[in-house]
Design a protein around this ligand. Structure first.
Ligand code: PHE
Length: 346
């Protein structure tokens, strides 16, 4: 019987040493140490032994059980450690791998031009104002001296939302809003960059949504020469110190007189090229002296103060500056287009 026990211990420990992992280890425990296992079976045979043999065999049996249990505990410990190590390996972060790059984005070319406009005009003493894109007919047209039947009010040009709500067709309504909420006759010097909307079919030079920058200066004795001097200073800051400007007569309901401002072609310098259609000049904005009716309707007294205003298309400025040939490039968000402006300082 002792021999059977010794043999059991040898086999059990030999097999235990070959085990790998927690699953087989449990099988081993059931086989050798379980209630119906080999050791239990041997012990059940003890009853058949003569009484004087039992203590000695019992001692051997206890030693064998202790040996198996100790072996089992040690192996379990090993299996647990191996499992921990495997998990740690799986979760390990290799700090020597190259990182994921987050390349810095580029400022959108329109935003860049707006920032540049703001810098220039703030340097000339202007502040930046804004107003709603969903606008009342009143501010977009009536308060700007548009006659009731003016063609610009036509459904063809304007996105109407309800009877008197619309998407503003220009940034000029902010002129009326600013005059209206300012103390009567108090001086003003603002620019207003912002989105405007027109019912145009989109093509290379038209977009139903685009960007304008309005300007308004009001004060005592403001004259047409102030308008020209201010816009010349702007043109030189924007396009270079030797830039020339010229005014051509035009018409807007809210300015009188009205004009369009041309700059020397920024591509050929005036010699004549495709961009300026061989004229040497490029139109960049509309402007004029604020119409007395506009001052009056918005709480200012045209006998006391006068003003000038101007409005330019930001896309047009950006297209000329960066030689962009299709206005839609600003809106389709093609990264190949936008990436070209990464690092451009203007
Ligand atoms: N609002 C005019 C336009 O959209 C531009 C303009 C602004 C003209 C201010 C004169 C004065 O065409």
């Amino acid at each position: 019987m002792e021999e059977r026990l010794q043999d059991l211990q040898r086999r059990a420990l030999a097999e235990l040493a070959r085990l790998d992992g927690a699953g087989p280890l449990e099988d081993w425990r059931i086989t050798f140490l379980g209630k119906k296992g080999e050791l239990a079976e041997v012990l059940r045979g003890m009853g058949a032994l003569p009484a004087d043999r039992r203590p000695a065999v019992g001692m051997v049996a206890n030693r064998v059980r202790d040996a198996l249990e100790a072996g089992y505990a040690a192996q379990r410990e090993l299996a647990a450690r191996a499992a921990d190590e495997a998990r740690e390996r799986a979760e390990a972060v290799d700090v020597t791998l190259p990182g994921r790059r987050n390349p810095p984005g580029a400022e959108h070319p329109l935003q860049r031009v707006i920032r540049r406009l703001e810098d220039i005009f703030v340097g000339l003493g202007f502040t930046v104002a804004d107003g709603p894109e969903v606008e009342l007919d009143h501010y977009n047209f009536t308060a700007l001296n548009f006659p009731p039947e003016h063609p610009a009010r036509d459904m063809q040009d304007t996105f109407f939302l309800t009877g008197d709500l619309l998407l503003r067709t220009h940034t000029s309504p902010v002129q009326a809003r600013t005059l209206e909420r300012s103390a009567p006759n108090s001086p003003l010097r603002i620019i207003v960059p912002g989105r405007v909307y027109r019912r145009d079919d989109d093509d290379a030079t038209h977009s139903h949504a685009f960007t304008q920058c309005e300007g308004l200066v009001v004060g005592r004795g403001v004259r047409m020469s102030d308008l020209k001097g201010t816009l010349l200073a702007f043109a030189r800051a924007m396009y270079g110190g030797d830039q020339q400007v010229r005014l051509r007569p035009s018409f807007f309901p809210f300015t009188e007189p009205s004009a369009e401002l041309d700059v020397r072609c920024i591509h050929c310098g005036g010699a004549g090229c495709a961009t300026c259609k061989q004229t040497g000049w490029i139109e960049i904005l509309g402007c004029g002296m604020v119409h007395p009716n506009v001052l009056r309707m918005n709480g200012y007294d045209p006998a006391q103060v006068s003003g000038f205003a101007f409005g330019m298309g930001v896309e047009r400025i950006a297209m000329l500056l960066y030689r962009v040939e299709d206005i839609r490039d600003f809106y389709v968000n093609d990264l190949r287009f936008l990436r070209q402006f990464a690092g451009v300082v203007l």
